[in-house]
Design a protein. Sequence first.
Length: 189
Amino acid sequence: MSALSAHVLEEIKELPARFPQPRSAVMPALDLAQEELGHLTPEAMSEVAEALELDPGYVEGVATFYSLFHLSPVGKHHFYICTNLSCSIKGSGDIVERFKQAAGVGEPDAVSADGLFSYQEVECLGACEFAPMLRLDQRYHYDLTPEKVGALVAERRGLLPIHGEVPAKPAEGLVAKKTRAPRKKKADA
């Protein structure tokens, strides 16, 4: 049985047409596989290699080189916390400790008991001027404090609305903000 769905395999087979060299499609292909499975299994990497007509060793080499690819299961919300020099000087150690406490995750690459959270310390995410920072759910979060990291975890648990998004249903215990009644049309008045 295939690790990847027929739909994803078809998408992967179409990728080389977008690039001057077929092997350039390996990263987007691995990204599609990881998006579907949550992490890259040996079977998925083998299927990517076969679909792109590449050597399996090359595909595995790319997958193991880049920190954004996961070879084991991660939480629903995976935090990439920069601990390189700029972020370290600005307090990334406190960010890591606050995340671990708030999310209930002890070590990098471990998954919280509820399956929601995992993290890894990464060398650089290319936003040194906004240190300390992290990447979460395809978004960068800048100028972090331990309090902001605690809020990010609470948002993902559903205890707070995610900044900039309106929750579909308020979490239990929160008071929903009242909305203004719709205005009457002039014809209705």
